[in-house]
Design a protein around this ligand. Structure first.
Ligand code: NAD
Length: 313
């Protein structure tokens, strides 16, 4: 049975990944400093013999005293509220944290998967975004700390592969949602759900015409594991290509929560991308992967698995 190390394993995506790996019979070592994650996300698996939690900040060198077959490197602040609050930490996790984790994968001769992001495409000049697009990122804007940390982490991953022979993979994750997102993490879906369930106005940035695509968490995790278990080394987009304007998303949230709160508009954040949709041709050809959960169904599952009181914050 393979042993998988998951950095950021107590976070939103990391904890779902730990669940799925355990369900598939893998042993899981979860590493997290709990900066934006929480022990609550892993309480239900902490007593499993196949699960180990190490409270550790990967910005410092760290060691694991047992064999490891797969390293899933997810640790990083991920929501704008977090990386704007923690700009230097975000850059350090992407640089030192990724160095230490790649070094560990090298020492263990493990397959390494970097959780990168669609944000490496910045405010894209290509639509939809395919892996061959190099991006359009403002390095000195407030979001630059996240976008550039991930771009650096990608460069580092390729260097460890080319120079050190580490078996690496890179997944570019597009917006993903599901239970265990924090109601106040500032991302659109938890914010709209919280506001709708509190019967408060839904706050849409700008005029709401900017587009996003939203992937349900179980689809994303399936893609992540398929990529880790493939032998592929170049970046692969994983996300749902169904594209919605933010205004449409707000309307769908009102529909599935059966509320009639009003929609209000607020200033657009700096460097907010105007369009976001993955080209998932490569993931389809390489992994036979495509998303299965449509937005309305995923939102209903999120509400069902979270409980309305948790989502309402
Ligand atoms: P999250 O904030 O819920 O999880 C990140 C986890 O990393 C947290 O548990 C946090 O405590 C941990 N962490 C942060 N710094 C650390 C450090 N120095 N040492 C150890 N642990 C540390 O975010 P998420 O949404 O689950 O994102 C997980 C990964 O996926 C991130 O790398 C993020 O960039 C990437 N990603 C997520 C999305 C999305 O839509 N959720 C989209 C693109 C990319």
């Amino acid at each position: 049975m393979p042993t998988c190390l998951v950095t950021g394993g107590a976070g939103f995506l990391g904890s779902h990944l730990c669940d799925e790996l355990l369900a598939r019979g893998h042993r899981v070592i979860c590493i997290d400093n709990l900066e934006t994650g929480s022990l609550q996300n892993i309480t239900h698996i902490r007593d499993s013999e196949q699960f180990k939690f190490l409270h550790c900040d990967i910005i410092e060198p760290y060691f694991v005293d047992e064999p490891v077959d797969f390293v899933y490197h997810l640790a990083s602040p991920a929501s704008p509220i977090d990386y704007l609050r923690l700009p230097l930490h975000t850059l350090k996790v992407g640089s030192y944290g990724t160095h230490h984790t790649l070094g560990l994968a090298k020492a263990k001769r493990a397959r390494f998967l970097l959780a990168s992001t669609s944000e490496v495409y910045g405010d894209p000049q290509q639509h939809p975004q395919s892996e061959s697009y190099w991006g359009h990122v403002n390095p000195i804007g407030p979001r630059g700390v996240y976008d550039e940390a991930k771009r650096y982490a990608e460069a580092l991953t390729m260097a460890y592969r080319r120079q050190q022979g580490v078996d690496t993979a890179i997944v570019r994750i597009f917006n993903t949602y599901g239970a265990r997102m924090r109601p106040r993490d500032g991302r659109a879906i938890p914010t709209f759900l919280r506001q709708a369930l509190q019967d408060r106005p839904l706050t849409v940035f700008g005029d709401g015409s900017q587009t996003r695509s939203f992937c349900y968490v179980s689809d994303l995790i399936r893609g992540l594991i398929a990529l880790a278990e493939s032998g592929y080394h170049e970046p692969v987009n994983i996300g749902n290509p169904d594209e919605f304007t933010l205004l449409e998303l707000a309307e769908v949230v009102l529909e599935v929560t059966d509320t009639s709160a009003e929609i209000v508009f607020d200033a657009l954040p700096t460097d907010d991308p105007k369009q976001r949709r993955p080209d998932i041709t490569l993931a389809g050809e390489l992994l036979g992967w495509k998303p299965q959960v449509a937005l309305r169904d995923g939102l209903k599952l999120t509400i069902e698995h979270s409980g309305t009181d948790v989502l309402a914050g």
